[in-house]
Design a protein around this ligand. Structure first.
Ligand code: RIB
Length: 294
């Protein structure tokens, strides 16, 4: 049987505590919400589940707490087909993300807990796993030193790197130069571009713009890959779905534009259900959706 490309994701694993409300409380105010649910999330875990549902071989490197949330999430990830051999329990709490979904927008507060243990030395202990991968995917919900170490190992071993710079922070130029694809949203791009030249990001920048699609910047030109129109229930995790889809498509040899188109379809379908991972589609669902759009 043909060996599947390996996608390794180094990143965050959270329990999402989601409140749906029509109104967000002002300072000092208490309001009744409409609905509450808990579901596994975290940008790293979301990207892992997105790629695994599409049929990719996915390994996740990260940490959970030695608590109930950690156990539940690891079981859930296994059921989704994610290889969790390199997810380790630590003596801390599993990260939580308190998410408010309102008519206006989504807002999120993350308490990192166990994600803080994904340090350079932890990542170094996973060197062989990263070195044997085809694509490495990262975000910024773990310590930057862990991200830097993973990128260094990937570069030493010819592994392609996608960095989703969320939540955004200042990134050293040394790190940027070793990234093959950077996938900020519009707000993150503003901050990312502030202190660097367009040339530094040329050929690697893919900006996700919600219902406007994604914009690729190559050879000084901007190419828009339009979004699919769909009835949206919850956009939480749409960016993660795009990144998981992009990684899967690139690992199968699609060119960048087609990979972005595929990522757009995965992201669109993911928004049709409440919860970051609930609506993430299978590969067959994405193919059927793309074909139905003509
Ligand atoms: O990108 C969405 C994710 O951001 C949520 O699942 C939440 O855990 C936060 O990390």
């Amino acid at each position: 049987m043909e060996k599947k490309p390996i996608i390794t994701i180094v990143g965050s694993i959270n329990m999402d505590l989601v409140t749906i409300t029509s109104q967000v409380p002002k300072r000092g105010e208490t309001l009744f919400g409409e609905h509450f649910q808990m579901n596994p999330g975290g940008k790293g875990a979301n990207q892992a589940v997105a790629a695994a549902r599409l049929g990719a071989q996915v390994q996740l490197i990260g940490c959970v707490g030695n608590d109930r949330f950690g156990q539940d999430i690891v079981e859930h990830l296994q059921k989704q087909g994610v290889d969790v051999s390199d997810v380790e329990p630590v003596t801390d709490v599993t990260a939580t993300a308190t998410i408010i979904v309102s008519d206006q927008d989504n807002s999120i507060i993350v308490v990192p807990g166990a994600n803080n243990y994904v340090t350079a030395s932890f990542v170094e202990s996973k060197r062989d796993v990263i070195a044997d991968s085809d694509i490495l995917v990262l975000q910024l919900e773990i310590p930057l030193e862990g991200v830097q170490k993973a990128v260094q190992i990937a570069k030493e071993n010819g592994v392609k790197v996608i960095l989703n710079p969320a939540p955004i922070q200042h990134l050293p130029s040394d790190l940027i130069k070793d990234i093959d694809y950077l996938t900020p949203n519009e707000h993150e791009q503003e901050l990312l571009s502030q202190d660097r030249s367009a040339e530094e990001l040329d050929g690697k920048l893919i900006v996700t713009k919600g219902n406007q699609g994604v914009c690729i910047y190559e050879a000084g030109e901007e190419v828009i890959i339009p979004a699919y129109k769909i009835d949206v229930v919850d956009t939480t995790g749409a960016g993660d779905s795009f990144n998981g889809g992009l990684a899967h498509a690139l690992s199968r040899g699609l060119n960048l534009k087609d990979a972005c188109k595929y990522g757009n379809a995965v992201a669109a379908l993911s928004t049709t259900k409440l919860g970051a991972q609930t609506g993430m589609p299978t590969g067959a669902e994405v193919e059927a959706f793309i074909n139905s759009q003509g």
